[in-house]
Design a protein around this ligand. Structure first.
Ligand code: NAD
Length: 368
């Protein structure tokens, strides 16, 4: 196990993509776990999916930040500030860094999704490449006045990569030691590029950085563009769901709480110099237990019935269609989490049924 070298209490944390699925859950977890923490969230609130969900997530964060339920909380100051803005806007990013002076930066803002990148490549280059470059530049310049001021600059940059960097890797489980030079989507290529850019900035400017390759994250108030959410919408509307590659797909579905626990663990350990003199790490965070898509859908529909989202006699067989593979998709994702376990004594552990149960319960309350 690695020793923690960053105490998050009293720290200023910049979270990009704060209104997003993972970002909002991270902000809430940090506010719950650390009384004396100050979070600054950035999100452009784009309409890639229903912005109402993003607004509702933000409201929940504000409620927690203002709850004042702790004696130790810095009572005069809000523990959460938010700016609606684009990380591809260099001036905005620079001014946020200049004013807020973050100790830890968690970059989760990105244009997500594999299929959308085929029709909308610009969005990926803007958010995932230019946006991430702006964050790296701002981290670099955070050290400019380190000698003369109390602020020592960014102590750790944690950023979202993705299991998609493994492309159609044949070797499973996917290990961070595997060669990942064969992306099969633009999204994957931007995420791999983030790792390369972070490496060069860590080498050149000493920015300690950790990339996290998340594996198919699901949970309450998740992303409507992801299969489990889209399937649910379709089943509720009486439409047919399309199961790709005729159901012969496996995904390492990872519950959002496990992802957030992983991120919080990692935030507290800025990497020390490796054998090449670079403060740089990459980890997988995945459930380490891939599930066949047909089994996944079967558990999902059972949980939707028991939550009252679908009626008990729902004719599920009549609402599913097995179709060929989509461009950019891969047959299996399967995370090797050995490094995460060795360094942090942690691995995701929420069983799929339990995670889908909480999604179905949330869906019932939110939509039905
Ligand atoms: N959810 C998953 O299964 C999964 C898997 C692998 C990697 N990831 C990565 O994790 C991160 C978070 O994913 P998520 O599932 O929470 O997605 P999300 O879309 O819910 O969250 C991303 C947020 O970033 C915001 N955003 C996008 N571009 C922006 C920009 N240019 N400036 C400011 N804000 C911007 C969006 O409005 C959104 O709220 C992303 O980087 C994503 O690529 C997610």
């Amino acid at each position: 196990m690695l020793d923690k070298n960053i105490d998050l209490n009293g720290k200023k944390i910049l979270v990009t993509g704060a209104a997003g699925f993972i970002g909002s859950n991270l902000c809430k977890e940090l506010l719950r776990s650390y009384d004396d923490i100050h979070i600054y969230g950035i999100d452009n609130m784009n309409d890639y999916y229903d912005p109402k969900i993003k607004n509702d997530r933000l409201r929940e964060i504000y409620e927690l930040a203002c709850a004042g339920d702790s004696e130790n909380a810095a009572s005069d100051e809000s523990r959460f500030d938010f700016v609606r803005g684009n990380i591809a806007d260099k001036e905005l990013v620079t001014s946020v860094f200049d004013e807020f002076k973050p100790d830890v930066v968690v970059n989760l803002a990105a244009q997500a999704g594999v299929r959308y990148s085929i029709e909308n490549p610009d969005a990926y280059i803007e958010s995932n490449i230019i946006g991430f470059y702006n964050i790296l530049e701002a981290c670099r310049h955070s050290y400019d006045s380190a000698d003369s001021s109390e602020y020592k600059g960014v102590q750790h940059l944690v950023y979202a990569s993705s299991s998609s960097v493994y492309g159609s890797n044949k070797k499973i489980p996917y290990s961070v030691e595997d060669k990942v030079d064969n992306p099969v989507s633009l999204y994957a290529a931007t995420k791999k590029s983030n790792e390369l850019l972070a490496h060069s900035y860590s080498k050149l400017y000493g920015i300690p950085s950790t990339g996290l390759r998340f594996f198919t994250v699901y949970g309450p108030a998740g992303r409507p563009d992801m299969a489990y959410f889209g399937f649910t919408n379709k089943l509720v509307n009486g439409d047919k769901i399309k199961i790709f590659n005729f159901g012969n797909c496996k995904r390492d579905f990872t519950f959002v709480d496990d992802i957030v626990k992983g991120v919080v663990n990692v935030m507290q350990v800025a990497p020390s110099e490796n054998e090449n003199g670079v403060k740089y790490k990459v980890y997988n965070i995945g459930n380490n237990d891939p599930v066949n898509l047909l089994d996944f859908v079967d558990i999902l529909q059972q949980e939707l019935i028991s939550a009252g989202v679908l009626p008990g006699d729902y004719d599920f067989e009549a609402h599913k269609e097995l179709v060929p593979m989509q461009p950019g998709d891969v047959e299996i994702t399967y995370a090797d989490v050995t490094a995460l376990q060795e360094d942090f004594g942690f691995k995701p552990s929420t069983p799929l049924r339990e995670g889908l149960k909480s999604f179905a319960k949330w869906y019932k309350e939110y939509y039905c």
